[in-house]
Design a binder for this molecule. Sequence first.
Ligand SMILES: Cc1cc2nc3c(=O)[nH]c(=O)nc-3n(C[C@H](O)[C@H](O)[C@H](O)COP(=O)(O)OP(=O)(O)OC[C@H]3O[C@@H](n4cnc5c(N)ncnc54)[C@H](O)[C@@H]3O)c2cc1C
Length: 423
Amino acid sequence: MPMPPEFDVGFGPSNLALAIAVAEYNETAAEPVAVRFLERQPRFGWHRGMLLADATMQVSFLKDLVTMRNPVSRFSFLCYLHERGRLVDFVNHKTFFPLRVEFHDYLEWAAAKVAGQVGYGREAISVRSDGEWFEVRTADGEVCRARNLVLGTGLRPKLPEGALPSERVWHNSELLHRVGSIRAPRRCVVVGAGQSAAESAAFLHDRFPEAEVCAVFSRYGYSPSDDSSFANRIFDPDGVDAYYSAPESVKQRLMNYHGSTNYSAVDIELIDDLYRRSYREKVQGRERLRIFNVSRLADVFEDEKVRVAVESSATGEKTVLDADLLVYATGYRPADPTGLLGALGGHCRRDEHGRLRVERDYRLVAPDLPGAIYLQGGTEHTHGITSSLLSNTAVRAGEILASVLDRRPAAEWAPEYAAKELA
Ligand SMILES: Cc1cc2nc3c(=O)[nH]c(=O)nc-3n(C[C@H](O)[C@H](O)[C@H](O)COP(=O)(O)OP(=O)(O)OC[C@H]3O[C@@H](n4cnc5c(N)ncnc54)[C@H](O)[C@@H]3O)c2cc1C
């Protein structure tokens, strides 16, 4: 019987980078790697709900799907620009940070080149072992046998405890999907002080020129993200090595020092833009952008409107706002892989804090399982802040492929299977 392929769950940028690494390897390999991807979305999509027209990337275009691993790859952002006829225009633009919509187009362009390996509209719902291989069951009832697994299932929107989503109460991840259903609002409330919160506030302020936009957060002001050169080195491949080998107390310290490279932090240009709007409105005498800082939502009640009680944490004073829309820009958490693994999760070793133990090559420590389970994402506690970001995606994909190859018994590959799968 032919060997089953590697199965990769999720086809966001992380597993797309892996698909490309495999495709490049197979171009010259005597023993190609057979790989299949399951993606629950009907087509490729990267945070479509936040593809705001003006939003830019938070990472250099050189940290695309490939360049940090293979600078001469034909899957690079520069090759994409060249193919689209925009290379010269982009160079003249003098920026490292393309528009998010443009980067999305790049990701779609790259995804189309490896589409033969991807099953779209196919959600993995459980994984079990038949003793020899993994069996991945999909929502449409199919069972796919797999030699190893790579779980790249990304982030899940996080709402505050007790928050009740509704027609007018959403997480920001749904912003563009649902904003069309809101007609002529008089007031929108945005909760949160991170990049998505600031982007949502600016977007609603533009989109509804008659509406008041109230930004509610516990900080004193939006804080800038630290993208200075030395701090940025935390995203380097060497930064991952250093983090991985550091004792727990040092890991904690590094996260405290450098969390502001990513978390609860906003691009300085956007902070300046919001401040400019706020000041301009003060001068004009009509303040549409209202900042409720050092504040929290004390209560939310919904009837024809969403009634929001905002409490100042400094004075305890409450302001009741009748709103047409409440957007929680309260962050994301990594998908928990053990949900998918069911009983197999019990075979995965955990550390003294109950967190999954992960090898440097992103493999779960689970020696009793029939193959390896790699994580793309959800490894912040072991590999540091790049875990959920794009910065190290290209290199991580290469490391996972190298590990799969290293662990493959030389005699066991099945050329006829590989040739069929990748044709
Ligand atoms: C609005 C926004 C902007 C961002 N911008 C940046 C940025 O500029 N720079 C940066 O470094 N990071 C950024 N990030 C961080 C983000 O996590 C990464 O950009 C990137 O999405 C990580 O890719 P991924 O493939 O690991 O996860 P995801 O992009 O979340 O992809 C996971 C995929 O898995 C699929 N999936 C999940 N469960 C299953 C299942 N059971 N079966 C089948 N498929 C499944 C999902 O549908 C999804 O397509 C941003 C995040 C957000 C929310």
